[in-house]
Design a protein around this ligand. Structure first.
Ligand code: PHE
Ligand code: NA
Length: 454
């Protein structure tokens, strides 16, 4: 029987899928966002909740996304529709894909701004801007960057073009090969930084901050942030993983592949935390400094380190690559749908979408300067895009995917796609997807809404 394949192409092997999905998952979420939201939410207890969310909610939903994508073999919008129809359900399940594609565009708009900061720091490392700067100077330099819309605009534009060029080229072997080189290099450099952090004299203070949990510090709000970040960091709830799953070989095992991707993503986040917090404490910085945390701590560390200019350059370069491989997957669901729906080329689809995300990104970067006083519920546009996607749209998308896979698809179809060797593995996943994950997501939502409005 001829294997059903996507019109957009396919990964040449299961390993390419692992690499590509890891490229999507490992990004600014791990190295930039995880440490700063952990800092803002008091450390250990937050990390614990985050890990529980990854295991009980993230992994089962990632399995569902890959499964639906591979069965549908189309963009998330059309895969949701096709699989729904195949299961005797309403084609309106495609709405999940729509909200996801929108979330992708919204995430991209602030993601690109932060990626632009990374590019600026790559250039700064080349110039030697951070040699022997203290933490006060590092803070000032970061603030000066935020205050300069022209520089932000330049880097944001460069990043948008970088991403578009790759997405326009399709699921290319060039990207696959680049990822294969850059991902191991990222792990090596993270390790180098980790070793450096151990020499700062505050390593144990960092470990304690990350792993000593004081449950009394935990707020309901922090639990929502942890849940949202579990979705964000695994690229879930918006179709990125579903799109990548649609290019996956039919024979590859979904379960073990997903476990590997989730484990790598978690590892990178924890190592990033272990690298950054000791530097925070050794330099009397504030762990709750917010989005600037990484951009202040790392230049301080590299500025003091032997060979720091080279390591710093390579490190920011690799964060840039991690951001780049993630941003590609933010665009893929919408681009794939445009190509399926209209008689236009991938390149034209990229241009159209690129213009949209570029404009939205300009509005986001203005949040730090020209339009910093324009706020909704105390949030700037940048904060709003982040909050609305990570804390609302992704968990809601994930909830719908859970309900669809767990309660609307036929069980035989699920068993066929997963083809697990041991029945108990299927039962565990089925239990998680039908009950544990949806109840957890719904409960966290209800309690947070109650707290906000009651
Ligand atoms: N997972 C990416 C990160 O951690 C962000 C992302 C979210 C990418 C959603 C694609 C889809 O940086
Ligand atoms: Na991630």
């Amino acid at each position: 029987m001829q294997e059903k394949l996507s019109m957009h192409g396919s990964w040449t092997s299961r390993w390419i899928f692992v690499l590509a999905a890891t490229g999507s998952a490992v990004g600014l979420g791990n190295i930039w966002k995880f440490p700063y939201i952990t800092g803002e939410n008091g450390g250990g207890a937050f990390v614990l909740v985050y890990l529980v969310c990854i295991l009980l909610v993230g992994v089962p939903i990632m399995i569902s996304e890959v499964l639906i994508g591979r069965r549908g073999r189309h963009s998330p919008i059309n895969s949701m529709k096709d699989v729904a129809v195949e299961s005797g359900r309403s084609p309106r399940w495609s709405a999940v894909g729509w909200v996801g594609a929108l979330a992708g565009v919204m995430i991209f708009s602030f993601y690109s701004v932060v990626a632009g900061w990374v590019l600026h720091y790559i250039a700064g490392m080349v110039r030697g801007d951070y040699i022997d700067i203290g933490s006060a100077m590092a803070s000032r330099q970061f603030e000066a960057l935020l205050a300069d819309p022209k520089v932000l605009l330049m880097w944001h534009s460069i990043f948008v073009v970088m991403v578009l060029v790759v997405v326009a080229g399709g699921v290319s072997k060039g990207l696959e090969r680049a990822t294969r080189v850059m991902m191991p290099a990222l792990f090596v450099l993270l390790f180098v930084l980790l070793v450096y952090a151990m020499t700062t004299g505050a390593f144990m203070q960092g470990v304690e901050f990350l792993f000593a949990f004081d449950l009394s510090k935990l707020t309901m709000e922090a639990i929502l942030v942890a849940l949202g970040h579990a979705f964000f960091t695994l690229s879930l709830g918006m179709g990125a993983i579903m799109a990548y799953g649609s290019y996956m070989p039919s024979k590859a095992s979904i379960g073990s592949t997903v476990l590997m991707i989730a484990a790598l993503d978690t590892l990178v986040a924890l190592v990033a935390g272990l690298a950054i917090f000791p530097i925070v404490f050794a330099n009397d910085l504030d762990p709750g400094a917010g989005p600037g945390l990484m951009f202040i701590t790392l230049p301080v560390a590299f500025g003091q380190m032997l060979g720091g200019q080279i390591f710093g350059f390579l490190f920011f370069l690799l964060i840039g690559v991690a951001a780049w491989t993630s941003a590609i997957s933010l665009m893929e669901p919408a681009v794939a749908w445009l190509v399926e729906k209209f008689p236009i080329s991938r390149a034209s689809a990229c241009m159209m979408l690129g213009l949209l995300v570029w404009l939205l990104g300009i509005a986001c970067l203005g949040s730090f300067n020209e339009i910093s006083d324009m706020t909704v519920a105390g949030m700037t546009l940048f904060d709003l895009m982040d909050f609305a996607t990570a804390n609302i749209m992704l968990p809601l998308g994930g909830l719908m995917i859970c309900l669809f896979a767990g309660w609307r698809m036929k069980r035989v179809a699920l068993e066929e796609e997963l083809s697990l060797s041991k029945p108990w593995l299927f039962h565990a996943w089925y239990l998680a997807i039908r009950f544990v994950a949806p109840v957890a997501v719904a409960a966290i939502f209800v309690v947070n809404l109650y707290n906000k409005f009651a």
